[in-house]
Design a protein around this ligand. Structure first.
Ligand code: ZN
Length: 347
């Protein structure tokens, strides 16, 4: 045996082999640890996902049960007229429960007045306002914005919603703040859930308060716009923001709105908009249509008083005495469809 075996070439090769194998073993071990960690991570993520889903499911069920119970109490007190409310199918019930639970957090376009699925047909109010005032040119496709003022209520608003749902058409609802009570909560939620736009239309709808001596009172108008939005946020959460306002009676009817009130609204992030055609359901009796065909004729006549007719903002009302408006809606939708208009909402 050589004393100096460390230096023998045979031994050096053996040692190199040994070192190579050691390195390979180390690498395999590292790979094994990494795979273990990855597996652990996957198991943990899957477990968390399942747990969250189960929790949501049981929360949803509890919430639906709670909602049902509250609804029964309200019906007992005569606060809800079931005859015109069509949310009895289980899917609507489940949606209402989920909406209550999450205040639409999962589905609302943050800082807006509509849900994500409505984004593709939501149009900027300022632009539409300028187009219908003929202060801005428009060369795009024909657009119609159905707007309903003075709701919500449990009589006409649900009928309008049913009709819109059946026809796959969307609209913008200009709501009166003082109507935003628990009594109208379900119909209010339906408006947002079913892909419509929500706008405000003052708190009181009181001309004397809003326009004393027919002149707009900026302070009162700003107060009512802010309050109405706060009421909506109570139902839809702090991420809800309205941004669309219609002056009761219309901007065109009052004095001094350019000197204060309009700017006050702007400060609140809201844009006012009137209309450029109407079904005539709030005209003086002598001029008010009494049939559905009459409402369609009114729309056609008023629309063609404008120079541009490619963008139509239609004034209608869903106050609880506007049965004819609900009954005529199908024919009004037919009119715009036959004339090649697409339906949009205001954001
Ligand atoms: Zn009104």
């Amino acid at each position: 045996m050589s004393q100096d075996y460390h230096r023998s070439p045979e031994d050096r090769r053996r040692r190199q082999r040994y070192l190579r194998k050691k390195k390979q073993r180390r690498n395999r071990r590292r790979l094994f640890y990494i795979l273990c960690l990855l597996l652990l991570f996957l198991v943990f993520t899957a477990f968390r996902g399942i747990r969250t889903r189960l929790a949501n499911k049981s929360n949803l069920e509890a919430n639906v049960a709670l909602w049902y119970y509250q609804q029964m109490l309200r019906e007992d007190k005569g606060q809800v007229d079931r005859s015109n409310v069509s949310y009895l199918n289980p899917l609507d019930l489940a949606n209402i429960g989920r909406d209550k639970l999450t205040t639409f957090g999962y589905d609302l376009v943050k800082g807006s007045n509509h849900i994500k699925s409505a984004e593709k047909y939501a149009y900027d109010t300022k632009k539409i306002q300028e187009i219908i005032r003929e202060k801005r040119d428009y060369t795009g496709k024909k657009l119609v914005f159905l707007t309903f003022d003075d709701g919500p209520n449990n009589k006409i608003t649900p009928q309008i919603l049913d009709r819109l749902k059946e026809r796959g058409v969307h609209a913008t609802f200009f709501l009166v703040g003082n109507h935003l009570t628990d009594k109208h909560e379900d119909v209010l939620r339906r408006i947002l859930r079913e892909g419509h736009g929500i706008a405000t239309h003052s708190l009181t709808h009181n001309y004397k308060k809003l326009y004393p001596g027919r002149v707009g009172n900026a302070k009162q108008i700003a107060y009512e716009a802010k309050k109405a939005e706060e009421y909506l946020q109570e139902y839809f959460g702090p991420d809800f923001s309205c941004g669309v306002w219609r002056y009761p009676g219309g901007h065109q009817s009052w004095k001094g709105l350019e000197n204060g009130p309009d700017q006050a609204l702007e400060k609140l992030g809201a844009t006012w908009i009137d209309w450029n055609c109407l079904v005539g359901d709030a005209q003086p009796r002598s001029d008010r249509p009494t049939t559905s065909q009459g409402q369609v004729d009114y729309v056609n006549k008023s629309l063609h008083q404008n120079k541009q007719t490619k963008v139509a903002v239609v004034l209608a009302h869903d106050a609880d005495n506007k049965q004819l408006t609900a009954d005529s809606l199908d024919m009004v939708i037919d009119y715009f469809e036959e004339n090649g208009y697409s339906f949009g909402i205001l954001k």
